[in-house]
Design a protein around this ligand. Structure first.
Ligand SMILES: *Cc1c(COP(=O)(O)O)cnc(C)c1O
Length: 380
């Protein structure tokens, strides 16, 4: 069977076919060696490996699963989502221009702002989910357009194909942070994105025990991808073999987890939407969400595991609800098998989020147990 004919569940369950060549083990090994042997003629015994900053078979095995899930030409793992994001943003030359979606993951915004200020780069922060705004901002040439779909914590949905056309019209490359969708629910490259970025810390690894990030490209034969590869090698932003191996293990169940997490999230979004103590639920799976029809076209197999909801009564009421949870953990991050709730306004007060906003990452627990916990917390 050809690689491109395989469905995500097959690619993931088989670890993209990786096995341990040395022992015939079904599962690939963890390769900790930092350096590799040469023969008496001084040729490398394995031409692919000389030094582990960039040469590691465990990392490559993990990258291969992601490359196949993304339908990508090439894929590179990084030691965190931010290391992956920084590697892309750093390709923009002094005096260049970056268009950045507003209201996205605050770490990306903070890095882009500081980097752009240091290098005399113009930075336009705009609501990219509004096609008119994006059209207007792309009337001026740019180097990079950065969108996050769905966005965190607002769950806005941007039309990736349209954003790609507009970015390309401005001479820019389109980068999509798809962390809240995972490559299983959205293949950004198939919609015309040039780079797909994910924090693998979230759903891709999925077990809240590895920090990592990934970049995949639609076309590897260009300056942008060459710059990114050089940046990773030279700056040494390398994922360790143990982390790559854990990610490889975690990904075997990624499609299965996304299925359950999306189904749980849909049911809980509907429950919260009907609850008297809740003012608003932001989840693309709800039919009255402004991005619902678009998300239906762009997402395959569900609307994801992430939502935000706004509790009536502001910050005090929201914190009281969070404080009463017994099953759902109060913690930052998202995409793990266990459900997490976070009061984002406490964490990023500079972003002007509504005080009553709680971000909810839905796990794989029994949905009735989760519903019961939310119900008792909301009713006080
Ligand atoms: C967590 C996250 C990141 C950053 O990833 P790290 O692995 O924490 O460095 C970037 N984008 C989004 C949408 C995220 O949720």
């Amino acid at each position: 069977m050809r690689e491109r004919d395989m469905k995500p569940a097959t690619i993931a369950a088989r670890g993209a076919g990786a096995t341990d060549k040395a022992t015939a083990g079904l599962v690939p090994g963890i390769h900790p060696a930092t350096t590799f042997l040469r023969d008496p003629e001084y040729a490398l015994l394995n031409a692919a490996n000389s030094y582990a900053r960039d040469h590691n078979d465990t990392v490559r095995a993990s990258e291969d699963v992601l490359r196949q899930l993304e339908g990508a030409a090439d894929t590179l793992l990084f030691p965190s989502g931010m290391a992956a994001a920084a590697s892309v943003l750093r390709t923009v030359r002094d005096g260049g221009r970056i268009v950045l979606q507003s209201g996205i993951y605050h770490g990306v915004t903070t890095f882009a702002e500081a980097f752009a200020a240091r290098r005399g780069i113009a930075l336009d922060r705009i609501d990219a989910s509004d096609p008119e705004v994006l059209t207007q901002v792309c009337a001026t040439p740019a180097d990079l357009v950065w969108i996050e779909v769905p966005s965190n914590p607002w769950l806005k949905i941007t039309d990736i194909a349209q954003a790609a056309a507009l970015a390309h019209g401005a001479g820019a490359k389109l980068v999509v942070d798809g962390t809240a969708a995972s490559p299983v629910l959205t293949q950004a490259l198939a919609f015309g994105a040039d780079i797909s970025m994910h924090s693998t810390t979230k759903a891709i690894n999925g077990h809240s025990d590895v920090v990592g990030g990934v970049l995949s490209c639609r076309d590897a034969e260009n300056d942008l991808w060459a710059d990114i590869k050089t940046d990773r090698l030279q700056a040494g932003a390398i994922m360790g073999p143990f982390e790559a191996w854990l990610t490889l293990r975690g990904m075997r169940t990624l499609p299965l987890r996304m299925e359950r997490m999306s189904a749980n999230a849909q049911a809980l979004a509907e429950f919260l939407d009907a609850h008297a103590a809740v003012e608003q639920v932001l989840y693309p799976g709800l039919s009255d969400h402004p991005g619902h029809a678009l998300a239906k076209r762009q997402m395959c197999g569900g609307f994801g595991y992430l939502m935000s909801f706004i509790v009536k009564g502001g910050a005090d009421a929201a914190l009281a609800v969070a404080g009463r949870l017994k099953l759902i953990h109060r913690a930052t991050s998202l995409g793990g098998v266990e459900s997490l709730i976070e009061h984002r306004p406490t964490i990023e007060p500079q972003s002007g989020l509504p005080g009553g906003m709680l971000r909810f990452s839905v796990g794989i627990e029994d949905v009735e147990d989760l519903k019961g916990d939310l119900a008792q917390a909301l009713e006080g």
